[in-house]
Design a protein around this ligand. Structure first.
Ligand code: SF4
Length: 272
């Protein structure tokens, strides 16, 4: 998918944590739009995308001088109370344009200088490994959550062909964990996976979160239904993997191999 890039100068960059992110004081998006363009991404139905003519995944706004704006907003927010930040709620902070633009890295530099009480970094990109030096400066005030929806590359290629390969994400989780960065694997949404998936994750991380379209799309599954995702499962003859209880296929197996209390479900797995 070809992506068009636009430069913007936002006046603000920290948004209030609401809804699914109400455990956080703020959310932080280095970009608007996301070139990974996952088929199931419900952000395409939110106002940020719904008012654009171009298809979701084909455009990205790059927030220029974002770190300067953040430094000011962060200092102001910290004077008012506890600051917990979710990065990012409607884009991937380590999508390909970040290699060149380094907006996310500049935001991390600002947060390393003036740390928030907690930062949650949500990505599915191996590029996060570039910033291990800054993540380590945040010590236990950070957690990197790597999306790993499945261990099956054939499924990843069908549902999210422009996102990074699964083996690269697993390798990155291992690198981060070995470096001492707090991490979790996040199985969200639940795509069809192999029976070896739980053991594979256990060999890499000590914490995992499972979320699905019904708990995690902010509308009880309505947004996902409008995207026609169910028919993708049915065409593959894997309809049993789609439904409000299908997550248990993975969740129950993970609970068998992970220690008590280390398998989180939906919102609790993203909390500060
Ligand atoms: S990486 Fe996240 S924000 Fe980007 S398209 Fe996929 S689900 Fe949406």
């Amino acid at each position: 998918m070809k992506t068009s890039y636009f430069y913007k100068n936002p006046k603000t960059i920290l948004n209030k944590g609401t809804g699914f992110l109400s455990d956080y004081s703020h959310s932080l998006n280095p970009y608007t739009g996301c070139s990974f363009g996952c088929s199931y991404c419900y952000v395409r139905q939110m106002p940020v995308a719904a008012f654009r003519k171009e298809e979701w995944g084909t455009w990205v706004d790059i927030k220029k001088e974002a770190a300067d704006v953040l430094r000011k907003e962060l200092a102001r927010a910290k004077r008012k109370g506890k600051v917990t930040i979710f990065m990012s709620s409607s884009t991937d902070p380590y999508q390909p344009v970040e290699y060149k633009e380094r907006v996310t890295r500049s935001l991390l530099e600002a947060m390393a200088d003036d740390p928030p009480d907690f930062l949650f970094v949500q990505t599915r990109s191996p590029l996060v490994r570039r910033d291990i030096d800054l993540l380590l400066q945040l010590k236990d005030k950070v957690r990197v959550s790597m999306t790993v929806e499945t261990d099956r590359e054939d499924m990843r290629k069908i549902f999210t062909p422009d996102a990074p390969p699964i083996p690269a994400r697993l390798k990155t989780l291992q690198l981060l964990a070995d470096a001492g960065v707090p991490v979790q694997a996040t199985v969200a949404p639940v795509l069809p996976s192999s029976e070896h998936f739980p053991e594979l994750l256990k060999s890499l991380v000590d914490r995992v979160c499972v979320d699905d379209y019904f708990m995690g799309d902010g509308s009880g599954g309505k947004r996902t239904r409008q995207l026609g995702i169910q028919s993708m499962y049915e065409k593959l003859g894997l309809g049993e993997w789609y439904g409000p209880t299908a997550y248990r296929k993975v969740y129950d197996e993970l609970r068998k191999v992970f220690p008590e209390g280390r398998v989180y479900l939906s919102q609790e797995g993203f909390a500060p």
